[in-house]
Design a protein around this ligand. Sequence first.
Ligand code: KMH
Ligand code: ZN
Length: 311
Amino acid sequence: MARKSRKVIISCAITGAIHTPTMSNALPFTPEDIATQSIEAAEAGAAILHLHARNPKDGSVSIQPDDFAKFLPVVKQATNAVVNISTGGSLTNTIDERIAPTNQFSPEMCSLNMGSMNFSFHPLAKRYDEWKYDWEKDYVEQSEGYIFRNTFRDIRHVSESLSPHNIKFEHECYDVGHLYNLKHCVDIGLFKAPIFIQFVLGILGGIGADTDNLVFMKRTADKLFGDDYKWSILGAGGAQMGLAATAVQLGGNVRVGLEDSLLISRGQLAESNAQQVAKIRHLVEELGYEVATPDEAREILNLKGGDKVGF
Ligand code: KMH
Ligand code: ZN
């Protein structure tokens, strides 16, 4: 009898807070486009949609719950995908502002960044002579001086404030030290197994995007968490697809999406989030694995269920 193949969870991060409208016409920022691209990504095979909001007028990053309210119900009506709301915010927000949309909408999942760090994309500013909107150049350049604050107290505050909602965290770990931060938090009882770790490779300020580092992150997580964790990989920029394919073979899950990379292949812009999902789905299946449905992802990650969200 044929052995059952492992199910791989595909997350898709639809728009994020790094890229700006000048960088790609495909980057969605109106609520209609965020909803449409989310639905298409789910149809292409994404079980989890990692969502940020944008200002519909100029594409700048928004953490206003009102801007999330414009697309969350549309996505929920049209798909069974798991909604994961970002708590990353943008360059200037407090931790309470960053968790406000999650607190209001009580999704099944939300991100939780596991350490303070430089988090910069200022080198991107040099690539463009003209910008579609006034805010973009300054925003990208200002990231050179940005400290992404996620102290232990912030992390505890997020965990305690959101605990009534029974939300599963996507623990974003940008370096090996973040895994040790997470271990400390698990040891003091902040998070329940299975924890879900997103290895984030290739952000300027974090660990670089290569296979050695992925193996090092995984080996460290194995040592710290044993069987009590599930993991996924997010490779920034051109590293996205290659690292994802490697991660699948190492037993991991994958995240793609225009938040993390605007490319579909070397030097070529992606047309949409769904195009990236379709590509990784093809690679996953060619490697002999199956893609998890949203309900299978719910079971693997022990999520509360799509009927228990607040939108
Ligand atoms: N933009 C990614 C590198 C968050 O939303 O909390 C990390 C991220 C952070 O997804
Ligand atoms: Zn994000």
